[in-house]
Design a protein around this ligand. Structure first.
Ligand SMILES: Cc1ncc(COP(=O)(O)O)c(C=O)c1O
Length: 384
């Protein structure tokens, strides 16, 4: 497609969101999802129905009762309670939370460290005028951020580091030691930290999700971005939030309000119900994702030409396709067009040679995923 000369250089520099372009292919995709698909329980439906009668703009930072509920949940996890009126900001999904953080924190030319592979932050950073710097993580340690390499990459223009836990696409889950390393790196280089915790409830094998915002030394410089999409199976409601200490939160609130004024009332009402209501509709999600992960990884381990590590969290198999003998954009395209697999090329995550596939779905779908991947593994024997 030729770009219109009327478009800004900033917008010409970014692509469409990859999952959108996958959805636009004329292909019937296997029902695999990176976020839980669970029918809403009665308390969610009732909250949404009640919200229909509301007729005024919601407040810019979010409904007070939602910010209170978020602060209560955060207090239990972080060891300190963010002030609901000043330090919690409701957003249109985790995506707006991340974008608002970049708009609020970056000046043109500011560099952002990204342990890679990572989610599509480079695009949002470019839109905010920043310069993304991908720093390869350590595959031998399940893609743990390489703290030494990150320190070496930090220079006078480096303003920010983004960490994701659990990570998309690798599933790495930050440990206490990582949080200490992050804290040292941030302090030595005076960096702000954006921590994306969109997958906070999808953590496997008894591991614990740890937010860097628990660390006192990081509090003044850290922005936490969360989402209701995966953690509460509320993808259609586009709800997320930011937590940050005082002065940072003021800036974030401006970035959110100038983008969207506020978030839909019904979405926020649903968020209150999710946080305050019963949680018994969600635990099955974690065990089904863990079982799926085990099935896919065991199947891939038996294949020639493809391999993967076992992710510690999140919802994706990060497939090494270097044995196939074609660029990963080509492999992802073939997986999509020929096998109906919602594959995203590693190029989008700052790591060519790999492909990301979500593993949320029912057990039959996972068996079918394994069958189709076996067909793909044969591509390594017959060059494309
Ligand atoms: C790591 C990560 N952060 C943020 C998001 C955005 O989530 P949402 O806007 O649905 O809340 C996603 C979506 O896939 C993600 O994978």
């Amino acid at each position: 497609v030729t770009e219109s000369r009327r478009l800004s250089a900033r917008i010409r520099a970014v692509s469409q969101v990859p999952s959108r372009s996958v959805a636009e292919l004329p292909v019937e995709f296997l029902g695999l999802h990176g976020a839980p698909i669970v029918p809403p329980p009665p308390h969610i439906v009732e909250a949404a129905e009640r919200a229909v009668h509301e007729a005024v703009y919601p407040p810019a930072r979010g409904l007070p009762e939602l910010r209170e509920a978020i602060a209560d949940a955060a207090a239990a996890e972080l060891g300190w309670r963010p002030q609901p009126d000043a330090e919690v900001i409701v957003t249109n999904g985790g995506m707006q939370a991340i974008n608002a953080a970049f708009v609020a924190l970056l000046d043109p030319g500011d560099e952002v460290l990204l342990p890679a592979p990572c989610f599509f932050y480079h695009q949002a950073i470019a839109l905010a005028g920043g310069v993304p710097i991908h720093v390869p993580s350590d595959p031998a340690r399940s893609y743990r951020p390489d703290w030494e390499a990150l320190a070496a990459a930090a220079g006078p223009r480096t303003k920010l580091i983004v960490v994701t836990t659990p990570a998309n696409p690798t599933g790495y889950v930050l440990t206490d030691e990582d949080v200490r390393e992050l804290s040292e790196l941030a302090e030595e280089n005076d960096l702000a930290v954006v921590c994306d915790e969109a997958y906070d409830l999808l953590v496997y094998d008894g591991r614990r999700h740890l937010s860097p915002l628990r660390e006192e030394a990081l509090r003044e410089r850290t922005v936490l971005a969360r989402s209701f999409t995966k953690s509460y199976a509320l993808a259609p409601w586009r709800l997320g939030y930011l937590v940050a200490a005082g002065p940072l939160a003021e800036g974030l609130a401006r970035a959110v309000a100038w983008a969207t004024l506020s978030v839909a009332y019904a979405s926020q009402a649903v968020g209150v119900a999710a946080l305050r209501g019963p949680r018994d509709w969600l635990p099955g999600v974690l065990s089904s994702y863990q079982t799926n992960r085990d099935r896919v990884c065991a199947a891939v381990a038996r294949m020639e030409g493809l391999s993967c590590h076992v992710p510690q969290g999140a919802a994706f198999v990060w497939l090494d396709v270097r044995g196939v003998g074609a660029p990963s954009v080509v492999v992802a395209d073939r997986l999509a067009r020929e096998l109906g697999l919602p594959a995203t090329a590693g190029e989008h995550f700052g790591r060519p040679g790999f492909v990301r596939i979500p593993f949320g779905g029912d057990p039959k779908t996972i068996d079918e995923l394994a069958r189709r991947l076996t067909l793909a593994s044969a591509w390594s024997l017959v060059p494309a």
